[in-house]
Design a protein around this ligand. Sequence first.
Ligand SMILES: Cc1ncc(COP(=O)(O)O)c(C=O)c1O
Length: 409
Amino acid sequence: MSNQYRNDFPLLRQGEGTEPLIYLDNAATSQKPESVLRVMEEYYRKYNANPHRGLYEISVKATEQYEQARRVTAEFINAKEEAEIIFTRNTTESLNLIAYSYGRSNLKEGDEILIPISEHHSNLLPWQQLAKEKGVILKYLYLDQKGALKEEELKEKLTKKTRILALAYVSNVLGTIYPVKDIIQKAHQVGAVVVLDCAQSIPHLPLDVQELEADFAVFSGHKMLGPMGIGVLYGKRELLEQMPPFLTGGEMIDYVGEQEASFAPLPQKFEAGTPNVGGAIGLMEAINYIKQVGYGQIAALEEELTAYALEGLKEIPHLTIYGEKAFTKNRCGVISFNLEGVHPHDTASILDADGVCIRAGHHCAQPLMRYLGLAASCRLSLYFYNTQEDIDALITSLKKVRRLLGLGN
Ligand SMILES: Cc1ncc(COP(=O)(O)O)c(C=O)c1O
């Protein structure tokens, strides 16, 4: 199966970068298309300047492009206004900002925070720290065999005491797509604020924050074809308005006296210091690229690849897939598995010798791994530029692993 998009990605093209490169670690970070690299280089070559400060032409252009990136991002996720888009470094920083600023000023002893056991450490540790500091109770939702949340448990644990429900739209370990619209509605019925971690969803699924009524939504540019070092925090204006600043310093002030200061309006209040202009411009171009391909086309390509990968993996003796084992509409192309008797790091190293990149480890989700009874797993994660040939190479390589280690088939 050829893929019309693959050629847009220099690292994936034959003859450039490591060769051959079978890149199946897209949940960790995506590859970047030529157009994203081009606009970033153009910025650094032609109008690199500190925005919001200079009164000269290139600084004005840098400011315009940075603010245009904010508008494009707002429109992309259907935020009501661009002031609701805060640029951060990544998903992790966005989540810390919410826990630090919203959490510390709104939660008190005895309040509860509810999160699924499957959360990435980035959507767990900020809440754990907050819980310790404020005497808040951090509660978990556990999963069924297929990686889905249990309705009964949600009903039982989501109560008037729940002040924050924080969850990923898509699991970075099992690929499960959670029914977030329904969960958000239920959380709102008890008055909880919902923080939606879209790090693994936005590369594959559209995000409409108004339709979902998400209170906060966060994601990273680098997992959706953009550069590293730029992330997004969306928050409803009424929440962001009442939150104190997270970081303080230049760019985020209105007036500074010797003993007190007043802060700039949104979004600058939350963007202290020189921003990542090149990153924002790269993110804007990544959004344009995704829009050109279209989420419909992305889903169609990934569905076919995921079903093909799951079928291929089933052929391999002594291989266990965790979570949902078949292709369903409730999953993305993230598949965790292990080969019996083989440490996942050994599997990944043997695959690497064939140019196949997968991830092995705890995937920054230690509580989930413990819940699944695992120390570690292998994880392959697909994106629309992957091909059936990539999966064939993975399967061929996987078939060798146990034999090479003297474990038979
Ligand atoms: C679900 C989820 N949340 C948060 C993160 C953290 O993203 P970042 O490292 O870009 O901050 C990741 C990264 O893998 C993730 O998969």
